[in-house]
Design a protein around this ligand. Structure first.
Ligand code: FES
Length: 180
């Protein structure tokens, strides 16, 4: 069957092809074809973007749930009998510039956090009687039991120092960075 429909060639300026300048005739570009994005290509693109988004969210969720432990490994930081219940001590971990707080919250309950406020890095101080760690810079406060922010501008928890008690000695064994 004869194809009697004329194919209309689209030109960038809308003028007929024989009125186009010579350079354009020498290097013709089918503008419609050039701008055409096939539905399959578009779907592939959307699947790729959605996949990347899902992978990113899964990575954040895993990081949030598990926390990330880093550090040089176990290091003795104090003896159990050096700290009375309700008292706190300062130590450095994982290196000498990273100051941390060790708090004895109960007879067998030791907690440790980086003392760097998660807002703008001021030094936080423990207030064991109120169950909080306080930041003097912008009145931020953190829950002593979890290190999570309770008030003020901080939005992220304090980095938690993972502890182990062995033979009457408290060891720092890692740093748990958390996002929520
Ligand atoms: S630096 Fe701690 S609240 Fe701003």
């Amino acid at each position: 069957m004869a194809h009697d429909k004329q194919l209309r060639v689209l030109t960038p300026d809308g003028r007929p092809p024989d009125e186009q300048p010579k350079w354009r005739k020498d290097f013709p570009i089918d503008t419609a074809q050039d701008n055409y994005v096939a539905r399959r290509d578009f779907t592939k693109f959307m699947v790729l973007i959605s996949g990347s988004f899902v992978a990113g969210q899964a990575w954040i969720a895993l990081k949030t749930l598990g926390g990330k432990h880093t550090g040089p490994g176990p290091r003795p930081i104090a003896r159990v009998d050096e700290i009375a219940v309700g008292q706190a001590a300062i130590f450095a971990y994982p290196d000498e510039h990273d100051t941390c707080l060790l708090v004895r919250a109960g007879q067998d309950e030791f907690l440790a956090y980086s003392n760097k406020c998660s807002h703008l890095s001021c030094a936080v101080t423990p207030d064991v009687s109120s169950g909080r760690l306080l930041c003097p810079c912008h009145h931020g406060s953190f829950d002593l039991a979890t290190g999570r922010p309770l008030a003020g501008p901080p939005r992220r928890p304090l980095a938690r120092i993972v502890l182990e008690v062995r033979d009457g000695t408290i060891y720092a064994t890692g740093v748990e960075e958390r996002t929520v």
